[in-house]
Design a protein around this ligand. Structure first.
Ligand code: MN
Length: 444
């Protein structure tokens, strides 16, 4: 994952508008799947366009043909790191200023370059397994303070990357509406009986997702040195959460129906290769924190295990849409606030011999930092910070919307929008596009 000519800040593209695009200049080249004429295809993002790679097979090495003409990204995710790199370099070459193999072929160019607004994005593949981690120590401490005032951060947290097996079937593409779930809701008073009905404390969680590339055999392990090579790329994830269901059900086995009703992902997968210029050191642990066990430690992970990825969450209520008011910002976070790195999550996931496979998805857990403005969910954002402030019936500081509306949790019609971008001096900014979803009222 070293840098090469594809990252050159001076590299430019002949594609209209690509060089000025905030998210998708030629240095990015993220993957997506989209539907065109009833068929699902693989695309690469460039400016406001999607390059339909199946249309340009004649310009690609024959070893890539099966994967690029597939209706999803799973075959491509299973490529070796060397093939992924060769493919990126070839796409970069074809879209670069001065190359006329595609630019000079009117028929091919017109067939291959589609406006993003003219296609419908779909999931990158059928996601086999989905695991959600809990990697921000700030999020874990804040939530722990609310749910377990006497015991906020459990003693295992700094030793083991905590995660749970999520539900892959309810992962939906950005833009899909999300129905407010029903469930058993936490009792109004400690020791009381649960309520049943539509969730009243609906929340989002700002997360970073990543897709497994090559997997491992059942019984084998992925070492920390190899783990980043097993990550195909990254996307934005909204882990919608029903806090009143969660509070009642989460002990002793962890989240279940509070999370499994929907998870939204962004259409674009920004590749591990594209993110090479933005690698950053793993979090420096305070002196009295335990160091990671040897199987979770490497010099490369310490030096570059995280990605300098900025994340922004905005909200737009139904009233705001009616008044033509755009989404208003709720928080701004950084992926540098993770206590555990993606490589540590992958390695830990496989240390017991659990087999990972191309197309599996993992998510980081809520990305929250130390400051109030960097908290990645409403549970934390509207919490007044007092230890032991329980969830139901609590005093919470509401978010003020430009319409005069207030939010402690999500209301029907609210649209949550997540965005992410990497910026570093000497490099071209690249972005992740948008991950958004709108809350529909409960069904009955
Ligand atoms: Mn989560």
């Amino acid at each position: 994952m070293s840098m090469d000519q594809t990252h050159d800040v001076n590299l430019s593209s002949w594609v209209d508008g690509a060089n000025e695009h905030a998210d998708f200049p030629i240095q990015n080249l993220p993957f997506c799947c989209f539907v065109q004429g009833g068929e699902s295809k693989i695309g690469v993002g460039i400016g406001d366009w999607v390059l339909s790679v199946a249309e340009i097979v004649t310009l690609l090495d024959s070893k890539f043909h099966a994967a690029v003409t597939s209706d999803n990204l799973k075959t491509m995710m299973g490529w070796s790191p060397a093939d992924r790199l060769a493919f990126r370099q070839r796409i970069s070459e074809l879209l670069s200023d001065g190359n006329d193999e595609l630019q000079g072929n009117d028929a091919l160019r017109n067939a291959a370059l589609l406006r993003q607004t003219d296609v419908q994005f779909v999931l990158p593949c059928s996601i086999g397994d989905y695991t959600d981690f809990y990697a921000s120590v700030y999020h874990a401490t804040n939530v722990g303070s609310m749910f377990r005032p006497n015991n906020p951060l459990l003693p295992n947290y700094k030793h083991v990357p905590i995660g749970y097996h999520g539900r892959a079937s309810s992962i939906v593409m950005s833009g899909a509406d999300v129905r407010r779930p029903h469930g058993q809701l936490s009792p109004d008073a400690e020791g009381g009986n649960p309520n049943f009905g539509p969730c009243k404390l609906l929340d989002y969680e700002l997360e970073v997702g990543f897709f497994v590339s090559q997997g491992n055999e059942l019984g084998s392990q992925i070492s920390i040195d190899d783990a980043d090579d097993h990550i195909f790329g990254y996307c934005l994830v909204n882990d919608w959460s029903a806090r009143d269901i969660q509070k009642w059900e989460y002990q002793p086995l962890g989240p279940f129906l509070a999370k499994s009703f929907a998870t939204t992902i962004s259409p674009w997968i920004v590749t591990t290769e594209a993110l090479a210029p933005f690698r950053s050191p793993a979090m420096v642990r305070p002196n009295d924190d335990p160091q990671p066990l040897p199987y979770l430690s490497s010099d490369a992970n310490t030096a570059g295990g995280l990605i300098d990825l900025n994340l922004v969450v905005s909200i737009q209520s139904e009233q705001m849409r009616a008044d033509n008011i755009g989404p208003t910002e709720l928080s701004r976070g950084s992926f540098l606030n993770m206590y555990w790195t993606p490589a540590q999550m992958v390695t830990h996931h496989s240390v017991n011999g659990c087999n990972l496979a191309p197309g599996d998805m993992m998510a980081s857990g809520t990305v929250s930092g130390q400051s109030r403005g960097s908290r990645g969910c409403l549970l934390e954002l509207t919490w007044d910070g007092e230890i032991g402030n329980p969830v139901p019936g609590t005093q919470r500081t509401p978010i003020q919307l430009p319409t005069g509306e207030e939010r402690r949790f999500l209301a029907d019609g609210d649209r949550v929008v997540m965005e992410g971008f990497c910026e570093r001096s000497g490099h071209r900014r690249i972005g992740f596009g948008r991950c958004e979803g709108t809350i529909l009222p409960a069904l009955y």
